[in-house]
Design a protein around this ligand. Structure first.
Ligand code: GLC
Ligand code: CA
Length: 534
């Protein structure tokens, strides 16, 4: 964090970026699924939240076996979301509203429906068509080349008619690309250029740490342990997890950095700044800073807070170690507490705690990501197994419930489900209990989550952006109180089990719940956070 105040050239450094899951945002044509014209209609809402940018999860041509992260043509729009003209209009409208636009790019794999994979299937073993993927002979006729387990469960290899196997770290419909083949890199650069020409300002790189595989013909000593260690929903002793993660042969290999160095040259070849954020779970976390070296990417997601408890000591440890890691480098950290892959923060920590944590994080140096619906305080929705579509649910025979609960569409308005999301039948049902959580019912509610997000974000840039000072107050951490001051603002969070008194303030700027002001003190209740000036 050595650079001065963010200029427009580096707009992302302290930006608030709003993640839109297109299928669940707003349906413009009544088919039950969100789409690009629907996003366009709701962009004013997004701009009014006070965010700087949007990131859209994939809307490219896809059989949609993994929520669009199975891309069959990365340079076209899936008909369920509209067409390229809609994409262009949506991007222009976002720009008119002052929002930058990031799109997802998925370089680890294609969909099995991509032309390349279809061609590979009909081509012979050893052909150039197969060399774009990881096709190998098995150990014998029925045993895959190694014992790796897919991140969605089951073997990471699938056999084709002539007996060869192909590698898929995710679903069998998502064959991994072979990044040792220069054709792959050329194709992705073409995709990057394509979307830059369409007007986007950057990319979120899916599974950015996964492109290079090592020891692809060797067994892992504990494939099930490794598979569990990689799943955030499996509890494991921290030492055991760390030692397993240190041995993962397909993530965070040195070779990925060469790819991003070459991508960076490509990003820098355009006539406006193009940024990229890596989705890369790496261990130990300090390895993450390698992805944001000056000649690589611009941001890397920090996932610690997606699994952290609401507990001052742990939050301090995780946030502080991230701030330390970024201290001497020319990049800023990112903060995220929800996304389309993890349980919603309100369900994980509680509604009040979720708001408090968001408010606390908005004060930190760096960039904050918000997952659509997080601002409404949406919980995960309960779903019937018959509604579930996540491949991880299907591939584990229901043992893993999967991520659909966090992907239920946005409730906009009205008294009845689907709360204005669609005039048809939503692709996942919205619970009737979301009546009080719709945008319409929260928009004027000063105690609501949406109001808090809007008022905090309206002030955030002018209060904090570019502030160089940062001082922790851990003096009351044993009671669950964590605080910091930055830019003359005090930010406190109470994760303890009782209200505490803080010195009275001249000015309370934002607070995640009501607070009582006494003579010389005010009360910060448990599960709350506050910004104030002294
Ligand atoms: C990323 C995406 C996730 C997807 C996976 C495979 O982790 O965020 O949704 O399932 O990659 O592409
Ligand atoms: Ca639609």
């Amino acid at each position: 964090m050595t650079s001065p105040k963010a200029t427009d050239d580096k707009w992302w450094q302290e930006a608030v970026i709003y993640q839109i899951y297109p299928r669940s945002f707003f349906d413009s044509n009544g088919d039950g699924e969100g789409d690009l014209p629907g996003i366009m209609q709701k962009l004013q809402y997004v701009a009014d939240l006070g965010v700087d940018a949007i990131w859209l999860s994939p809307f490219f041509t896809s059989p949609n076996k993994d929520g669009g992260y199975d891309v069959a043509n990365p340079r076209d729009v899936d008909p369920r979301f509209g067409n390229l003209a809609d994409a262009k209009l949506m991007i222009n409208k976002a720009h008119d509203l002052g929002l930058k636009v990031l799109v997802d790019i998925v370089p680890n794999h294609f969909s099995a429906e991509h032309e390349w994979f279809k061609a590979a299937l009909v081509a012979a073993p050893g052909s150039k068509e197969r060399a774009r993927f990881h096709f190998h002979e098995g150990k014998d006729d029925r045993t895959p080349p190694n014992n790796w387990i897919s991140l969605f469960g089951g073997p990471a290899w699938t056999q084709v008619a002539d007996g060869q196997y192909y590698l898929h770290l995710f679903d069998s419909s998502q064959p991994d690309l072979n990044w040792e083949n220069p054709e792959v890199d050329e194709d992705f650069k073409e995709t990057i250029s394509f979307w830059v020409k369409m007007g986007v300002d950057g990319f979120r790189i899916d599974v950015a740490h996964g492109l290079v595989k090592e020891n692809i013909r060797s067994d892992h000593h504990d494939p099930q342990g490794l598979s569990d260690a990689l799943r955030i929903d499996v509890d494991m002793e921290i030492e055991k997890r760390e030692s397993l993660l240190a041995s993962v042969p397909f993530f965070d290999r040195a070779g990925v950095h060469e790819i991003y160095r070459s991508w960076r040259k490509h990003f820098d070849s355009f006539d406006k700044p193009i940024m990229a954020v890596a989705e890369a779970w790496v261990h130990p976390p300090v390895n993450g800073v390698a992805y944001v070296r000056p000649d690589e990417l611009h941001q890397i997601f920090n996932f610690d807070l997606l699994i952290a408890p609401f507990e001052a000591k742990t939050l301090y440890r995780l946030i502080n170690s991230t701030l330390e890691m970024f201290k001497d480098i020319d990049a800023y950290p990112t903060w995220a507490i929800s996304n389309h892959d993890s349980p919603r923060v309100s369900s994980r920590l509680g509604a009040e705690e979720a708001r408090a944590l968001a408010l606390f994080l908005f004060g930190l140096p760096g960039s904050s990501y918000i997952y659509n619906g997080q601002e409404l305080g949406l919980p995960d929705a309960e779903l019937a197994d018959s509604d579930r579509q996540d491949p991880s649910f299907i591939r584990t025979n229901g043992e893993t419930k999967g991520r659909d609960g966090a992907r239920v569409p946005m409730p906009w308005s009205g008294q009845e489900t689907p709360f204005g999301f669609t005039s048809g039948k939503p692709w996942l049902p919205l619970p009737a209990t979301w009546l009080d959580l719709t945008v319409e019912s929260q928009i004027n509610d000063e105690q609501g989550s949406l109001f808090l997000y809007r008022s905090a974000l309206a002030q955030r840039a002018k209060l904090f952006r570019g502030a160089r000072d940062f001082t922790w107050d851990t003096s009351r951490i044993e009671e669950g109180i964590l605080g910091f001051s930055r830019g003359g603002i005090q930010v406190y969070l109470n994760s303890g089990n009782k209200s505490v008194a803080l010195p009275a303030s001249e000015l309370i700027l934002a607070s995640s719940g009501s607070h009582r002001i006494l003579n010389s003190e005010f009360e910060l209740k448990q599960g709350r956070a506050i910004w104030f000036m002294q």
